[in-house]
Design a protein around this ligand. Sequence first.
Ligand code: SF4
Length: 278
Amino acid sequence: MQVLEVKAKSALNRSGMVELDYAFNAYLGCAHGCRYCYAADITPGESAETWGETVRVRVNIIELLQREIKSMRRGLVGISTITDPYQPIEAKYRLSRQAISLLLANGFRVSIQTKSPLVLRDLDILRERKRLDAGVSLATPDSQISRLIDRKSPLPEARIRTMRELTRNSVKTWMFMGPIIPGINDSGDSIEALISLAAELKIRVIYDLLNPYSGAKSMLGDSLGPGWLSSMMGLDRRKWWEKVESTILRVAREYNVKCNSEASELSAETGLLYKQLF
Ligand code: SF4
């Protein structure tokens, strides 16, 4: 994997996600290289062909952040929105850690989303913080499926361990269950395994379906093969999602887990919700 040091022009950007006020991305590109990642389509200098091969480190971002926060309205900052803030290179550069400390010390709220146990390195600054939450993404409990779709991300067991440690240390933790991909991780068993885990850990779940960005479609097509591609042809996405979502909500009721969809927000923003996959 190639690592390039670059200069950022700004540290906090307006987020496209309705629940966040700002996005903070210390890195461009992501070593995890997930096959469904929408960031491959929207990260400058990246494409589906090379996604996961290069990470650009925005080396001046903490200096910019220190300057920007002096005059910015306080709000909720997503760390991160187009990369994993705790991908392996964070062990060396520690930019996500520095940003979280700085933001919390200056009255901002912080919402972390990661797939990596490296977040546990920072428990000293995360535990028992009222203005902070940490989400761990988990699309499947199955390691083999994870290798196909999450590619170089930490395996499900490592992420489950991470959620356990975060909750044990009183970090407000949530699970991102997604993206749900037709025919891959949309079975009742897979959904129940994840929601029952959330019940055991007493955490909430945010779920989402696969959105048809062109990069994600081509990467998944390469990983999952022609059998999956042909099964997607003619899939009625609306009917499929209604069925899957009703399963999610039924299981969530059974386990008494609070489940919220990210899909309705995304639909309003992009109109992608019921667009056909292929
Ligand atoms: S960890 Fe997140 S940002 Fe990184 S490739 Fe996977 S989905 Fe994209």
